[in-house]
Ligand binder design. Structure first.
Ligand SMILES: [Zn+2]
Length: 258
């Protein structure tokens, strides 16, 4: 069984001194591909350097809405050059965050749109973060358009009909540990009924630890619990969900060798 953790943050501080250990543990549990996602210059650079040091690791680079204020011409030049690297898969995480509203809406929107455009120019997918901003996120993606390289809603939070609207734009829907939470009935319903070829799995570690370890620090190892929950919801085997979501990840992340 092979599992693809399509969105995580081994480039984040808690993992700094035990990268080899975490990656080794993940592999032991079948998590053989790990996509580390950046959110600002420092974390993007770390994600790329981890992808160069560790065979199972890949990188996704971009400016998170909270960090949209630092996005400038230098960031654009950086994206354009780094996205040509063989293990740099996508632009992300980009989007809108109206929950924390660290940056004004106008700044978030401008930087989100610009990075969608860059991902399409570079023919790579983009990975979207959205919080308390589903409607505006939808409008912007619809307006900019999803290119042939596709796009991903990361750690999807919303109803089945929300998920279907994004899928209809040409996007894949990625489920995190949220889908294992007792009260996440909407997300569970979405994970149960979306077409199987639209679904990805992720941890978003160190955040959003799945049941049964909720409350502790998350790690890519726990992608298995997301797979297990989706298998339970759909009446499928864990192996089949792992395999299908792995194939879906290969379909969107075209740079990844089998
Ligand atoms: Zn994330």
């Amino acid at each position: 069984m092979e599992i693809f953790d399509t969105h995580t943050h081994l480039n984040d501080a808690p993992f700094a001194n035990r990268l080899a250990e975490e990656i080794g543990k993940a592999q032991e549990f079948g998590v053989t591909k790990i996509n580390n996602v950046g959110s600002n210059m420092k974390l993007n650079q770390l994600a790329v350097s981890i992808s160069e040091q560790f065979e199972p690791c890949y990188a996704t680079i971009g400016w998170h809405p909270d960090d949209a204020g630092e996005f400038d011409e230098k960031s654009e030049v950086y994206l354009l050059s780094e996205l040509t690297k063989p293990k740099v898969l996508a632009v992300g995480e980009i989007g809108l965050d109206y929950h924390w509203m660290v940056q004004p809406k106008e700044v978030q929107e401008r930087v989100f749109r610009r990075q969608i455009q860059i991902s399409k120019e570079m023919n790579v997918p983009f990975q979207v973060h959205t919080r308390d901003a589903l409607e505006d996120t939808y409008k912007i993606i619809k307006d900019e358009g999803v290119g042939p390289a596709g796009a991903i809603m990361h750690s999807f939070s919303g109803s089945l009909s929300d998920a279907e609207r994004f899928a209809a734009l040409g996007m894949m829907i990625s489920f995190s540990g949220v889908v294992t939470f007792k009260k996440a009935l909407d997300e569970q319903n979405a994970a149960q009924h979306l077409p199987m070829d639209k679904i990805l799995v992720e941890t978003d570690a160190p955040y959003l630890t799945p049941v049964p370890f909720r409350g502790r620090e998350n790690t890519p190892v726990y992608t298995q619990f997301v797979v297990e929950k989706i298998a339970e919801l759909r009446g499928m085997s864990k192996e089949d969900v792992a395999e299908q979501t792995y194939q879906n990840a290969l379909a969107i992340f075209k740079k990844v060798q089998k």
